[in-house]
Design a protein around this ligand. Structure first.
Ligand code: TA6
Length: 282
């Protein structure tokens, strides 16, 4: 298996054999392709996604850092932080017997002055593509002499046959913020997607995604992450987003590992924190 530097403007690392496809863009250290042997793509990317330096990619695994949600400074700063808009530094791309391991890093040298989050940091993303597992590991280090807090998310877009038939289990009983209604609630039973769904679940563990249309089950496990975010924009919200194609919302579901809301991470000088998400094809 030979990996090649992609020629598109975003550049990155790609392993593209006849029946295996792994890809990461330097832009945002953005994982956009994970299609193991004999599988349909596991990650969803919009056919209308932007591929521009100043735009986030719609799909794959956006890295949200150092904040989650709307921009700061009166929206002068980008939604979900500046990391997904920066060109991360490729540290390593190596093939293993299992597949491909890629490491990227981001630091102040790349992101420069950030008035909304003026701290000395280094972030590292390690991605291991395998035949049954995709492992994502985001480590943030405080390289300065003052403590700071940050939010983060691995904003994973899964490709599903039809989100209206998908069942998500593992969140039963978890408390969540429903960002559509603005209310807090407790999850009763499995999660079904029957309208716009935008929920931040607190203190969660593994999640199972049952996608009966193609007959695929995924386990989403994580560590170092307090929250699980479940998002599907449904009809109206996706129609209002220029980088969402018509009716594409039926083919995607975000299951995100996050540290947000009151679970932001605080790092003393010299400390670091790792959040990891693993997607396993069962
Ligand atoms: O993770 C869910 C969410 O926070 C939604 O509220 C929605 O904004 C989504 O992220 C996509 O955000 P984006 O900035 O990528 O359009």
């Amino acid at each position: 298996m030979a990996h090649e530097i992609t020629t598109n403007p975003l550049r990155g690392v790609e392993l593209n054999d006849s029946d295996v496809h792994y890809g990461v863009y330097d832009h945002g250290a953005h994982v956009w392709a994970w299609q193991p042997l004999g599988q349909d793509p596991v990650l969803w990317v919009s056919a209308k996604s932007e591929l521009e330096d100043d735009k986030p990619i719609r799909g794959g695994v956006p890295v949200c850092f150092p904040w989650f949600g709307p921009g700061r400074e009166g929206n002068l700063q980008p939604a979900h932080g500046f990391a997904r808009l920066a060109d991360w530094r490729l540290v390593d791309a190596s093939e293993t017997g299992e597949g491909l391991v890629v490491e990227y890093e981001l630091d102040n040298e790349i992101t420069g002055e950030q008035p909304a989050w003026p701290h000395a940091y280094r972030a590292r993303l390690r991605v291991a593509f395998g035949p049954r597992d995709l492992d994502l590991e985001l480590t943030v280090e405080n390289t300065g002499d003052e403590a700071f807090s940050y939010e983060e998310a691995l904003h994973t877009y899964l490709s599903v046959g039809d989100v209206r038939h998908v069942r998500v289990t593992g969140l039963e009983g978890a408390r969540y913020l429903d960002k559509v209604s603005g209310e807090w609630a407790d999850q009763v039973g499995e999660v079904e997607i029957t309208s716009e769904t935008d929920r931040v679940y607190l203190s969660t563990d593994d999640v199972l995604v049952d996608d009966p249309t193609p007959g695929r089950k995924l386990r989403i496990s994580k560590r170092g992450s307090a929250n699980t975010v479940v998002w599907n924009p449904w009809v109206a919200k996706s129609a209002a987003m220029p980088d969402f194609g018509d009716d594409e919302w039926t083919g995607m579901l975000c299951i995100e590992a996050a540290n947000a809301l009151d679970d932001a991470v605080r790092l003393e000088p010299g400390a670091s924190h790792t959040m990891a998400q693993r997607i396993t094809i069962l």
